[in-house]
Design a protein around this ligand. Structure first.
Ligand code: PMP
Length: 449
């Protein structure tokens, strides 16, 4: 069956989406933090699908609620009301500070950010949108303008530039740099960054101001930021930087958007939302992935004022947004996060994992950096700590494959795909972290031998 599956995949599924491993995985079953393949092998899932399975694969309580709702009502379209939608809206808004109380339900992170961009322009009456270099906000043609991870972009025929031009008036500000110093592990490590990686907050602010000033007619509509850049390889900003950036954007009449697609729902441990870790209050928050534990759903939350600005100017509709099954799942995911203390677990087990992994950085010259917060951790691989050049892709591929063959699935990120991402379901335990770190260490030893 395995070779037949590969054949079908090759013939009928787009080559645009590449398989994650040289020997791709054919997955049959999932249970909490574990996945099982066609040959009965089990894998500890330290990537949660892609940062999506927040409370565990096929969580029994989530399954039970989903099945109950499937038997009752599947679909209505958002123009009809139904109890799961109202129950969910109340529960979600209770988790956000005033005045973030108005919810739009959609189906994916890209859709959520598309809508947020529209809101920012409708509300500010301005055009320009700012995002960071290295940002990932989605893959729809419109939002691709904000995404700044090169491999997701396409050169159009000569003279037309990059695909980002489909979304005009987007400017990319400075990024957190892949060797950002402001990681919580800084206190327990000797810094080995090259000097140009260690830019202070002031320098970033200066660059950010330059970006705002180059924006055509300085007509800033909105500014998008991930509280920690995920796809770019778990990149953090210097302390206080985002707060200052929000202020500069607001001075120019723009609205600030926190993309919580990866960082929300307790994953960062210390707070429920990533923006809270920066002590900022966004005007719009977008969320997806972990919101439905793998079921397609997403949301945009904003202020009544911004919601009104958009409603005044257009009718917006989404066939599947606010689907009854999605809403029922969204509600039970929030209940499970609370009942099982998963945010606290992210904090405790995440800190434990960060400290354990930091030791690998001291042990191996090819581990250039270990950083992150809660259960969102990046391990950046370099040729050596002096040069800080990324480890060649083939070598990283091999370590990745070896981890998989030893039963551990981890993610990848960064411009050169040089950062391993460890982002397990939030129910992960310390013994599982011990197993993961041991597997990762064995793969590194195998590599240098
Ligand atoms: N924002 C962020 C921060 C993301 O990581 C992603 C997906 N990787 C998206 C938006 C887009 O989400 P989706 O794939 O659901 O469209």
């Amino acid at each position: 069956t395995y070779s037949r599956a590969l054949e079908i995949h090759k013939q009928h599924l787009s080559p645009m989406v590449t398989a994650y491993f040289q020997k791709p995985l054919l997955l049959y079953q999932g249970h909490m933090e574990w996945l099982f393949d066609s040959e009965g092998n089990r894998y500890l899932d330290f990537f949660s699908g892609i940062v999506t399975v927040s409370v565990g694969h096929c969580h029994p309580k989530v399954n039970m609620v989903a099945q109950k709702q499937l038997n009752r009502l599947w679909h209505t379209s958002s123009v009809f009301f139904h109890p799961p939608m109202h129950e969910y809206a109340e529960k979600l808004s209770a988790l956000l500070p005033e005045p973030l109380k108005v919810i739009f339900l959609v189906n994916s992170g890209s859709e959520a950010n598309d809508l947020a961009m529209l809101m920012a322009r409708a509300h500010s009456n301005n055009t320009d949108i700012i995002s960071f270099r290295g940002a990932y906000h989605g893959c729809s043609p419109y939002i691709l303008g904000l995404t700044n991870v090169g491999t997701f972009k396409m050169e159009l025929p000569s003279g037309m530039g990059c695909q980002s031009t489909m979304c005009p008036d987007v400017f990319h500000g400075p990024w957190g740099g892949s060797h950002c110093r402001d990681s919580p592990v800084q206190t327990i490590r000797k810094c080995s960054c090259a000097p140009d990686c260690c830019q202070a907050k002031e320098q970033y602010i200066e660059q950010f101001q330059d970006t705002l000033n180059t924006s055509v007619a300085k007509s800033i509509a909105g500014f998008f930021a991930e509280p920690i850049q995920g796809v770019n390889g778990v990149v953090q900003y210097p302390k206080g930087f985002l707060k200052e950036a929000f202020k500069l954007v607001r001075e120019r009449g723009g609205v600030c958007i926190a993309d919580e697609v990866q960082t929300g729902f307790g994953r960062l441990g210390s707070h429920f939302w990533g923006f809270q870790t920066h002590d900022v209050l966004p005007d719009i928050v977008t969320m997806a992935k972990g919101i439905g534990n793998g079921f397609p759903m997403a949301a945009v939350v904003t202020t009544p004022e911004i919601a009104k600005s958009l409603a005044k100017r257009l009718l917006h509709f989404n066939t599947f947004g606010g689907n009854p099954v999605a809403c029922a799942i969204g509600s039970v995911v929030l209940e499970v996060i609370k009942e099982e203390n998963l945010q606290e677990n992210s904090q405790e087990v995440g800190t434990y994992m960060l400290l354990k992994l930091a030791k690998l950085r001291d042990e191996f010259d090819i581990v250039g950096d270990v950083r992150g917060k809660g259960l969102m951790i990046g391990i950046e691989m370099v040729q050596d700590k002096m040069s800080r050049q990324p480890l060649p892709r083939e070598e990283i591929n091999q370590i990745h494959e070896d981890c998989k063959d030893m039963g551990l699935l981890v993610g990848r990120g960064g411009i050169f795909s040089q950062t391993f991402r460890l982002v397990p379901p939030m129910c992960v335990t310390k013994p599982e972290v011990d197993f993961a770190v041991e597997v990762f260490r064995s793969a590194l030893i195998q590599h240098i031998e």
